[in-house]
Design a protein around this ligand. Structure first.
Ligand code: NAP
Length: 248
């Protein structure tokens, strides 16, 4: 039976690379986007032209009805879900906590934390052997920021990833006996469009020399770690973190 993976944020950087690599590995891929339909459809077209199967749907992961509809669309198109990659995520503009308002904090936490939890809930409902599923794997895209804290840049974003780390540990234990493994990757400085959203498109160039390996990472390098955590190669690994951060 074909394995089916849901990749949230599959229109952008790490999610798009993961969608492409998963298709290469034989998964049917359902990917979500929130604004950039054209980028999502490009990923779908690339996968189709390489002989794979993919579907893109608009869904704001912070909106419960969108998430429910997204997973239903995946069920209807590809059948039983085997895996989830929670890659959708945002940063807000760089600054200091003293200047952040509640609307900003809620936006970051809703997309990064509530969104990942809602998607994981939908995946668990489908994959749990307690509920008639066949088991599966979840990979949360955290960040090295959860450890570093991102002072002066975006402590709210870093804290949202701290929540993802704790969620990964708890959910991994909660569903371990139900055939579901839950792990996280913690990317470091990865060359994607997310940095422009922080208000500094040149952030990667500014910081790359501070990385022990003296360079930024690529979305594909993160995607390879994600694919390993999804695969049976990591069959005894759950509640774990794989840093893809060049030693940062
Ligand atoms: P990106 O290129 O900006 O891609 C972000 C993706 O998330 C896009 O597909 C975007 O959709 C989607 N998205 C944003 N808000 C969403 C929402 N509310 N609902 C659904 N989808 C939403 O960023 P990236 O660097 O690949 O980031 C992917 C993940 O890696 C994020 O969780 C990020 O925190 C994490 N990460 C990145 C780095 C880095 O240096 N790049 C480092 C550590 C961790 P649209 O295209 O439609 O806008």
């Amino acid at each position: 039976m074909t394995k089916v993976v849901m990749v949230t944020g599959g229109s952008g950087g790490i999610g798009a690379a993961t969608a492409r690599l998963a298709a290469d590995a034989g998964y049917a891929v359902c990917l979500s986007y929130v604004e950039n339909a054209a980028a999502a459809e490009r990923v779908v077209a690339d996968i189709a032209s390489a002989g794979g199967r993919a579907l893109a749907r608009r869904a704001d992961v912070g909106v419960e009805a969108d998430v429910v509809a997204l997973f239903r669309a995946c069920d209807e198109t590809f059948g039983p879900l085997s895996a989830l990659v929670n890659s959708a995520g945002i940063v807000a503009r760089q600054g200091r906590l003293e200047d952040f308002d509640a609307a900003r904090l809620e936006r970051v936490l809703r997309a990064n934390v509530v969104g990942s939890m809602l998607c994981a809930r939908e995946a668990v409902r489908r994959m749990s052997t307690r509920r008639g599923g066949a088991g599966g794997a979840i990979v949360n895209v955290s960040s090295k920021a959860s450890v570093l804290g991102s002072p002066g840049e975006f402590v709210d974003y870093a804290a949202s990833k701290g929540a993802i780390d704790t969620f990964t540990i708890g959910l991994a234990k909660e569903v371990a006996a139900d055939g579901i493994r839950v792990n996280a990757v913690r990317p470091g400085l990865i060359d994607t469009d997310i940095h422009a959203a922080s208000g500094e498109p040149g952030r990667v160039a500014r910081l790359k020399d501070s990385v022990p390996m003296r360079r930024e990472g690529s979305a594909e390098e993160v995607a390879r770690a994600i694919l390993w955590l999804l695969s049976n190669e990591s069959s005894y690994t759950t509640g774990s973190f794989l840093d893809v951060a060049g030693g940062r």
